[in-house]
Design a protein around this ligand. Structure first.
Ligand SMILES: [Fe+2]
Ligand SMILES: [Fe+2]
Length: 291
């Protein structure tokens, strides 16, 4: 059984380039076309998109992504990111985010019909770039994980709870220790995140974790802090925020999670669209826009 994780479309419905540089509609079109052209044996049971579906806060972006994911050759589930709005998820993505009434407005749900169990956890905080767990979500997750404590399970979130080493992205995660304690009670779980726009594979407090590369805007992997002695004069004058705040226009990429026995192997896959990898460009918002 296979599950494909894709992440961070950042679609805009207003025709503007994302962060002044990225044609996210083109990246989306390439990605959807690529999956539509896969042979039957290459296709997963379903897709999971780990957040930042749309950008700029307008409904038009969600309408674009909604129509796009309906074209995918398999069902698709969605996870909210810091650029997303819960109200649009609850209103427009009823099939793609089957949230039960007892946990609304959090976009949390499980998919239980397949040999790999899926648990989607909402780590977004309205109008905030960083993420975390609320008490309500933490209790819900603990209860859900204990329903099947041995079944191979993928927990999907947008924000990673662990330190990444990219200073501008390491903003902390509410109740990270509690999150780890809850996950550790399960025997066979992998935490699969988005948000980082680059693939990271790690073991966090005994838990296997990955972050998914993006559809749009490949992160520059730069570990320098904003006061690093290695900054150039140009970076100093540009108010460099630390590594983790610039991107390249790269090829879209994704993760393929494949069940072998009771083990889930995760493959890093690239969609070759001939991107020029220009950059790095800053994640710079338009005037008046926030995270
Ligand atoms: Fe993102
Ligand atoms: Fe994000």
């Amino acid at each position: 059984m296979k599950i494909i994780q894709i992440s961070d479309f950042h679609l805009r419905g207003d025709g503007k380039l994302s962060f002044h540089k990225a044609d996210t509609i083109a990246a989306m079109e390439h990605t959807i076309k690529y999956f539509c052209e896969r042979k039957e044996y290459e296709l997963p049971e379903f897709f999971v998109i780990t957040g930042d579906l749309a950008d700029g806060g307008t409904k038009e972006g969600y309408e674009l992504i909604y129509k796009a994911i309906k074209r995918l050759p398999r069902p698709c589930f969605v996870v909210p990111g810091n650029h997303d709005k819960r109200e649009y998820f609850l209103e427009m993505f009823k099939e793609q985010a089957p949230v039960k009434d007892d946990i609304k407005p959090y976009i949390c749900y499980t998919i239980d019909l397949t040999p790999i169990r899926i648990i989607v956890v909402d780590t977004s905080k309205p109008a905030c770039h960083s993420g975390g767990l609320t008490d309500t979500v933490a209790q819900w997750l603990e209860q859900k994980l204990m329903e099947y404590p041995k079944k191979p399970t993928l927990v999907f979130t947008h924000h990673p709870p662990f330190t990444t080493g990219l200073p501008a992205m390491d903003e902390g995660f509410d109740q990270a220790d509690r999150f780890a304690e809850i996950l550790r009670q399960h025997e066979n779980v992998r935490l699969c995140c988005g948000h980082m726009h680059t693939g990271i594979f790690t073991n966090w407090k005994g838990i296997s974790c990955v972050t998914c590369p993006p559809v749009a805007m490949q992160m520059e992997v730069d570990f320098r802090g904003k006061n690093s002695p290695d900054l150039t004069e140009e970076e100093k004058s540009d108010d460099f925020k630390g590594g983790g705040d610039r991107f390249f226009l790269g090829n879209p990429a994704y993760l393929l999670h494949d069940l072998q026995g009771d083990m889930i192997n995760t493959h890093y896959m690239i969609i070759p669209i001939g991107a020029d990898y220009s950059g790095p460009w800053p994640f710079k918002y338009y005037d008046g826009e926030e995270d």
